[in-house]
Design a protein around this ligand. Structure first.
Ligand code: AMP
Ligand code: ZN
Ligand code: FE
Ligand code: FE
Length: 277
């Protein structure tokens, strides 16, 4: 049987529902041998995930899901195999952390101006880790009865371009790629199904090394398209469940969206080739 790798998961350090140990236990129970924790703009869970993986005979690859910008479009960029303890990564994650707090404050201001009763304290209560994101704002809106569901919060208020939306001052896509490369890692376009064809091509031209061909947001036909794009542009292929811990009805995705471990070995080979060039 194919050994499974899942290179896209989240913990409470960003907007997942499980702490690192609980996540790794679930990944193990799902029969996965290699995985990566790819929290939004933080690597805080990585050391504990590596340790927990080792204890269970699994391998954990350092990962991150960076929020980047291509023109006006938000593009998520997955990084793997980079030096996660480097000062440059620390600077990036610290910067993101404080920016995200300031951005949440701006969004709360907009929600208050729309007559919704919600404070920064309410939002901070929803976050168990360092990264404050829109899912925490949505959760606080539900707790305060401003909205009934997550999707209502995004559709009416905080979704991209919504009346209470505020952008982050992200790194550009190419800057983020460069950062990952400078730290010995690879840069992968996350969940390409959410991108237009034009933006996807710009991301490929922006220096991406890979594309996430397997993801819950891609149907079978899209996965085939992305696999042929990978082959056409000599891109590495990654994939995973984007598991956020079960709170978003995503429990069934773990163990369902995965890549064969051979594709991880292919990434490793490509990195070794670069070092020896
Ligand atoms: P942020 O990084 O703070 O901009 O938040 C982005 C996160 O919000 C994404 O990773 C999704 O988990 C979530 N999200 C974005 N748009 C929606 C939506 N329309 N409905 C539900 N969740 C969303
Ligand atoms: Zn997330
Ligand atoms: Fe994402
Ligand atoms: Fe994700």
């Amino acid at each position: 049987m194919n050994q499974k790798a899942d290179l896209h998961t989240h913990t409470i350090c960003s907007d997942g529902a499980l702490d690192t140990k609980a996540l790794v236990d679930k990944i193990h129970a799902a029969g996965i041998s290699i995985f990566s924790v790819t929290d939004h703009d933080t690597v805080e869970a990585v050391p504990a995930a590596m340790e927990a993986a080792k204890a269970l005979g699994m391998e954990c690859i350092p990962g991150i899901e960076m929020s980047t910008k291509l023109g006006n479009i938000d593009v998520h960029l997955l990084g793997y195999f980079f030096n996660h303890t480097s000062p440059a990564m620390k600077e990036y994650t610290e910067n993101s952390k404080s920016q995200r707090i300031r951005r949440a404050e701006r969004m709360i201001g907009k929600l208050n101006a729309l007559n919704l009763t919600i404070t920064m304290d309410d939002v901070m209560k929803q976050a168990k880790g360092p990264v404050i994101g829109r899912p925490h704002i949505a959760a606080a809106m539900i707790a305060n009865k401003c909205v009934v569901t997550f999707s209502e919060a995004f559709q009416k208020y905080i979704g991209n371009g919504g009346p209470a939306y505020e952008p982050l001052n992200y790194l550009t896509f190419s800057e983020a790629v460069e950062l990952l490369h400078s730290l010995g890692g690879i840069a992968v376009i996350a969940h390409p199904a959410v991108l237009s064809e034009e933006i996807l091509l710009q991301a490929i031209n922006g220096g991406a090394d890979g594309i996430e061909t397997i993801h819950p947001s891609s149907n079978a036909a899209q996965t085939e398209t992305f696999r042929s794009i990978a082959s056409e542009y000599f891109l590495l292929e990654t994939g995973g469940s984007d598991f956020h811990g079960g709170a978003r009805n995503d429990l069934a995705n773990l163990g369902k969206y995965w890549i064969p471990v051979e594709r991880v070995e292919k990434i490793r080979t490509s990195l070794n080739l670069q070092i020896n060039e």
